[in-house]
Design a protein. Structure first.
Length: 734
């Protein structure tokens, strides 16, 4: 019971009944006559009918008009192994009488898609894509004549011992393939929380409901009037600059209407690690760093297992302790006699992560609130790449006492300089650990044995010096003092990025004991202490042990520095540590000692920028390809349109479906999956650029071959997607 145009042979829902409520076969029809209104209300939900097996051709009854492989005598299909997936397929459906030529629809490019398909205009870029970047050398296409893309169609014809066909796609017969496999997407019911009305994109588009704050404008605002050279004195150094140099480029402008897939810039080639071939994706090392940071940032605790940690504190929730668990009956160390504890937390207003530092049992007289606010505001204005920014401060009873809480920027995976360099019990470097008397330097945790010296590289120490002195320079030139220049209050993240932590905490904790004037008088003294703190850190780093700081070890430590490092490093330490000179020192004084090493630091930072920029540019291209794949998935095998003869996978969309198979589902001569990222990337780029190159698409049963150009595929793709957009609600697809 199969006639022209009637659904194929599978006992499924009768398409004619569904579409018109009327089927000519009436009760004789072997397909289910079901009231369409009883269908699943979710348009992209599971099908209300039996879903044919993945590897089979279903019962759609669609008519395909194709170019068919017409084997020459003696060169049959066996010589042309069909495209196939892992499992065998059912036989080809019947041939239809109503043969119509396959005509690519080729409608005009929808304006709404102009941006998405901007690359389509770029014939030049296409050439670059195909030949240029060398980015497509990642994989060799095995010899698979059954599903190949050939720059020259003549070459393809040559494979079949046939004369080259005309450039327009020839048609020899019509196939009624007997249906299509149906692969339902997950219903919204399977994905609670995400539905067409609760798309995160909708929040993004409504600034009032956005959980994400607008980007902070960090560039210097342009001043009206003719451009003039500005002069500014910061901490003793005079800067001359033109404000226009800080005007963001392309602000408010549209993106260029092309994309380029370039090879690795030459200036970072020498920095490329291990990977033998250029990769399409981010370097593993950077990826691991980011993934680790993400994993740590996403950590949460079971509230039931931690009843002592409140679930909400002021405007923050999801608290996770950052301290390592302490032995029973021990307390974390204190700041000015107050116990402190750190938590990762989420700001409920803007969704950002932050580090909450709770100072236990601290009561602030309400009379001091105005001074507190003033202090916090001053510290809050301090933006610097080597300072952890203080965001806000509040008092709370959520922990069961009167605590004051400081909210700082959060850096996932950051550890303290203490943990990184001074917590190794093996690291004594020849210094003794007998603390008869004197305080333990930097509160180092008890080392137990001697070891031969192992020293840090001088370049790392200078890198730390440049970063810390840069932070101090910023703090001191703002009329403030850090007061926390010690290894447990300096964070290290990434490879060697330092940030001065806990800024402002000591100032706030000093409030009850000092009036404003006394505090101002002390600033210079505290700034001197900052410099001494820097000197002590450098000395400890140079000896690679905190035990070098003992008064009795000082001479030994300086000798170690003298014999292993440059005299500049020794001079810098001697200058920073307390001496008999009464002249107050400033952080600017150490600039000449840093000297040309500053350039080394700058060079390293810029090289790092270059590498990251290169990684970013890869991801820009990957993002573009991902959007193409998203769209392809949106177009293909939509259950709601399968019921609609004008949509179901005929003509254009069938080509796209076969192209999807060509991209992802190829097998080699032995029927094993052929996986090659280079092939996928290259083919998607050709689709995006709409090159004239032809591609051979083979039906799943291997009986028919379509020859279409990427330009045609691109037209099908654009028109099918714009139809989708026009059919739906105003959506979040951009
Ligand atoms: N802003 C921050 N971002 C990310 N992690 C942080 C931040 N501030 C502190 N941490 C982490 O929290 C933990 C505790 O920090 P804290 O400053 O109390 O160091 P500590 O070694 O415990 O110092 P102390 O021994 O003086 O208590 C450390 O592991 C540190 O890496």
């Amino acid at each position: 019971m199969s006639g022209p145009g009637h659904p194929g042979k599978r006992p499924t829902l009768c398409r004619y009944f569904v579409n018109s409520g009327n089927c000519a076969y009436g009760e004789d029809c072997q397909f289910v006559h079901q009231n369409p209104s009883l269908q699943n209300p979710y348009q992209n939900g599971p099908p209300p009918m039996e879903s044919p097996g993945m590897g089979e051709l279903g019962g759609g009854g669609d008519q395909y008009f194709n170019a068919t492989f017409n084997p020459a005598p003696g060169a049959g299909m066996n010589d042309f192994p069909p495209f196939r997936r892992g499992r065998p397929r059912s036989a080809l459906g019947q041939l239809s009488q109503n043969a119509k030529p396959f005509v690519p629809s080729g409608g005009p490019l929808d304006q709404a898609l102009a941006n998405d398909f901007a690359a389509l205009n770029l014939a030049a870029a296409a050439a670059n894509i195909v030949k240029g970047g060398g980015d497509y050398t990642g994989g060799q296409q095995p010899s698979m004549p059954h599903s190949s893309s050939t720059p020259s169609f003549a070459a393809l014809a040559g494979m079949f011992n046939q004369p080259p066909p005309p450039t327009t796609t020839p048609v020899s017969h019509v196939v009624n393939n007997g249906g299509l496999p149906f692969q339902a997407g997950l219903s919204p019911t399977h994905s609670p929380g995400i539905s067409p009305t609760s798309s995160p994109h909708m929040f993004r588009r409504d600034p009032n409901s956005s959980p994400v704050p607008p980007h902070r404008q960090t560039t210097i605002p342009q001043k009206p009037g003719p451009p003039a050279v500005h002069q500014e004195n910061v901490g003793g150094t005079t800067y001359f600059y033109n404000p226009e140099d800080f005007t963001p480029q392309n602000e408010g402008g549209s993106l260029p209407d092309f994309t380029l897939y370039h090879s690795m810039p030459h200036h970072i080639r020498h920095m490329k690690l291990k990977a033998p071939l250029q990769t399409f994706f981010m370097a593993d090392e950077i990826k691991m760093e980011l993934l680790n940071a993400q994993a740590v940032a996403g950590a949460h605790i079971d509230p039931a297992a931690h009843p002592d940690i409140p679930q909400e504190v002021d405007n923050y929730d999801s608290l996770v302790p950052l301290e390592r668990s302490l032995p029973p009956n021990s307390q974390s160390k204190s700041i000015m006699g107050y116990q402190s504890t750190c938590y990762k937390a989420t700001n409920k207003t803007d969704g950002t992560l932050c580090c909450l530092r709770r100072i236990h049992n601290f009561r602030l007289n309400p009379n001091l609130n105005a001074r507190l606010m003033g202090l916090v505001e001053t510290w809050n204005k301090l933006f610097h790449p080597n300072i952890v920014q203080l965001r806000e401060t509040f008092t709370t009873k959520a922990f069961g006492d009167s605590s004051i809480v400081f909210s700082f920027e959060y850096f996932p995976n950051a550890i303290t300089l203490m943990a990184k360099h001074f917590n190794n019990p093996q690291s004594l470097n020849g210094f003794t650990n007998d603390f008869s008397g004197g305080a333990r330097p930097f509160s180092s945790k008890g080392p137990s044995s001697r070891n031969s010296p192992s020293l840090l590289s001088e370049s790392l120490i200078w890198s730390y010096i440049v970063q810390l002195s840069s932070a101090l320079r910023c703090i001191h030139s703002s009329g403030l003092a850090a007061r926390t220049i010690e290894p447990s209050k300096i964070l290290v993240h990434g490879k060697s990025r330092l940030r001065v932590n806990c800024v402002g905490v000591m100032d706030v904790l000093s409030l009850p004991n000092m009036d404003q004037a006394t505090m101002m008088n002390y600033i210079q003294h505290w700034q001197q202490e900052d410099l001494v703190g820097l000197g002590r850190i450098v000395l400890a780093l140079a000896c690679n042990t905190a035990y070098a700081l003992r008064q009795s070890s000082f001479q030994q430590a300086i000798e170690l520095v003298h014999s292993n490092y440059s005299s500049d490093l020794k001079n810098l330490i001697m200058y920073l540590l307390p001496n008999n000179q009464n002249r107050p020192r400033t952080v600017n004084d150490i600039m000449p000692m840093i000297g040309a090493r500053f350039f080394t630091q700058l060079d390293t930072a810029q090289l790092r920028c270059d590498v990251l920029e290169n990684e970013l540019s890869k991801e820009v291209e990957n993002g573009r390809l991902a959007r193409l794949v998203f769209k392809l998935c949106c177009i293909l095998e939509r259950p709601e349109f399968n019921m609609d003869p004008s949509w179901s996978e005929t003509g254009d969309r069938y080509m796209l479906k076969l192209f999807r198979d060509y991209l992802f589902h190829q097998v080699d001569e032995n029927g094993y999956p052929w996986m090659d990222v280079a092939h996928i990337v290259q083919s998607l780029n050709k689709l995006d650029a709409g090159v004239s190159e032809k591609v051979c698409l083979t039906t799943r049963d291997g009986q028919s071959i379509f020859v279409v150009s990427y330009a045609e595929l691109k037209r099908f793709f654009a028109s099918a997607f714009s139809e989708l957009l026009n059919a739906g609600q105003p959506s979040g697809y951009t």
